[in-house]
Design a protein around this ligand. Structure first.
Ligand code: G1P
Length: 300
């Protein structure tokens, strides 16, 4: 196996305005909306930590203080719970601060995902890093990131996660042109396009929000003009890297993911995610699932 620099840091862009969830996101970041009883962003940090990434940089913006508070200690609350002897809640309150070392950088202007990643340049330095988008929750038990890090270790360059989506949905994603490799779940990415119209999509392999990225991306992003939506697109920078040799920070491979992904990007997806998570929770499912069945019967 080639000897590539190990991946130890994760970057989590969390600067979006959350306009699709207004008014809930007027004063609360969308990353803090609960999926059952944990904010969405905590699942993302748990996933990074379970892949061994214990240094997590959040790229935040205005209104994101509660994210920092969530991953910090809460001494007053802890004292109250301690006095009550409520060990269970105490450990739940302490858990976020113990998952990983969190760092924060602010993205001054909302200039797109590529720009958010560029804000991580100083913290990440000249090492490969993982990038996790909070709108996509991936079941950590499916070990997608671990596999992506392995693939980076074998091939160098960058690695994206790809999932097959129905044709009518391709325009919501970055879409890849791919070539098979000797490994069933690994492809070479030869081209990428951000949110193409259905008729122009090269495939229905969509980029889902997990990346392992070569640090060469920073220099590429600095020279990437605004793309789709007038924003600096990470997909465009990865497209440039896909055409490069290993010595220049390329190539790009894709891991084909067939596991559990939950989209929380809009209201309907969010509702589906909450219901699925609740149905998967041993403490809630025994009451929740029969109720849900009954409710569905009632509304016909
Ligand atoms: C971003 C990326 C897109 C990717 C998607 C995955 O888009 O730009 O390439 O397919 O995340 O969720 P967004 O959904 O933030 O608009």
């Amino acid at each position: 196996m080639a000897d590539f620099d190990p991946v130890t840091k994760a970057v989590v862009p969390a600067a979006g305005l959350g306009t699709r969830f207004l008014p809930a996101t007027k004063a609360t970041p969308k990353e803090m909306l609960p999926i059952v009883d944990k904010p969405a962003i905590q699942y993302v940090v748990e996933e990074a930590a379970s892949a061994g990434l214990l240094d997590v940089l959040m790229v935040t913006g205005k209104n994101k203080r509660s994210i920092e508070d969530h991953f910090d200690r809460a001494f007053e609350l802890e004292e109250v719970l301690e006095a009550k002897g409520d060990e269970h809640r105490l450990s739940q309150v302490r858990e976020p601060a113990s998952l990983a070392t969190l760092h924060y950088v602010r993205q001054g202007e909302p200039k797109g995902l590529g720009h958010a990643v560029l804000c991580a340049k100083q913290h990440v330095g000249d090492h490969p890093f993982a990038c996790l988008l909070g709108d996509d929750l991936i079941d950590y038990r499916d070990e997608l990131l671990k596999r992506m890090i392995e693939v980076r270790g074998a091939y160098g360059g960058s690695v994206i996660a790809l999932m097959e989506v129905p044709e009518e949905q391709v325009s919501l994603y970055g879409v890849a042109t791919i070539q098979a490799t000797d490994e069933d779940d690994v492809v070479r990415v030869t081209d990428l396009v951000e949110k193409p119209p259905v008729a122009e999509a090269p495939s229905n392999w969509a980029i889902i929000g997990r990346y392992v990225i070569d640090p060469a991306v920073f220099e590429v992003l600095e020279n990437t003009p605004p793309g789709r939506g007038g924003e600096i697109q990470l997909t465009d920078a990865l497209r440039t890297l896909a055409g490069r040799s290993t010595a220049e920070g390329g190539p790009v491979h894709g891991v084909l993911f067939r596991g559990r992904r939950y989209d929380t990007g809009d209201k309907l997806d969010y509702l589906r995610t909450v219901v699925k998570f609740a149905a998967d929770r041993p403490d809630l499912a025994p009451e929740f699932v029969p109720w849900l069945r009954e409710f569905l019967r009632e509304i016909g």
